[in-house]
Ligand binder design. Sequence first.
Ligand code: ITT
Length: 231
Amino acid sequence: MRIIFATHNKNKMKEVRAILSDVADSIVAKSELGIDFEPAETGKTFAENAEQKAVGIREYMLKHDMLEDDDIIMSDDSGLCVNYMLGMPGIYSSRYLGEDTSYDIKNARIIKELQYAEGDERAAHFTCNICAAFADGRIYHTEGIFEGLIAKEPKGENGFGYDPILYLPEYGKTSAELPPEEKNKISHRAKALHQMHDLLLPMVSADGHVVPQDKEVALSEPPFREDRRPQ
Ligand code: ITT
């Protein structure tokens, strides 16, 4: 089985390889197969956007005769949801204030938006939805969240994006102050990837092939199938 992960983000690829290496023979980024196609992300939820990316790449591979029976195209969509800002920037996290605007500026603006918010009013979380699109058309989703409070000032050099402003009260640190190995155990993406790992494990046979749909092992608690997608 081969996982093709539809991302440009090297941080994501490291986490994906670390967590899913025992369910797939190979895990590659789409760029490693020479795919530079960018499916449009026009959804209203993380799940819709993740699915558009995975299904878009599956269709591209089918059209260009690159798709193999045991391929699973995977993608994630993630972002920071701030309660006081009614869930913004959410699915617009990378586009918030403009795609090319630095995270120093984006983070400073969020802190300013919350200048009058105190205590629990500062609650926020990262969400990560992962979509797996099988070559045969099956689609699965998993989702993880990582909760904290918006810090009063950015801190920490690790991680990326909004990590310096997500303060984790139980650690007394922001997400950017946690060592990467620590963040990767508790993050939204780690949770969604671990769920995906457990979902995929019974769908891969001992010789590394994807188990056909009609032979699929009944799952006691499937995380999120197409019809149970989180909102
Ligand atoms: P791909 O679409 O190529 O995978 P991307 O970085 O644009 O890469 P997303 O659309 O999923 O990925 O990312 C949305 C943004 O959410 C991301 O650019 C960050 O600003 C923010 N984000 C997501 N996960 C994060 C994390 O673990 N730490 C900090 N910021 C994060």
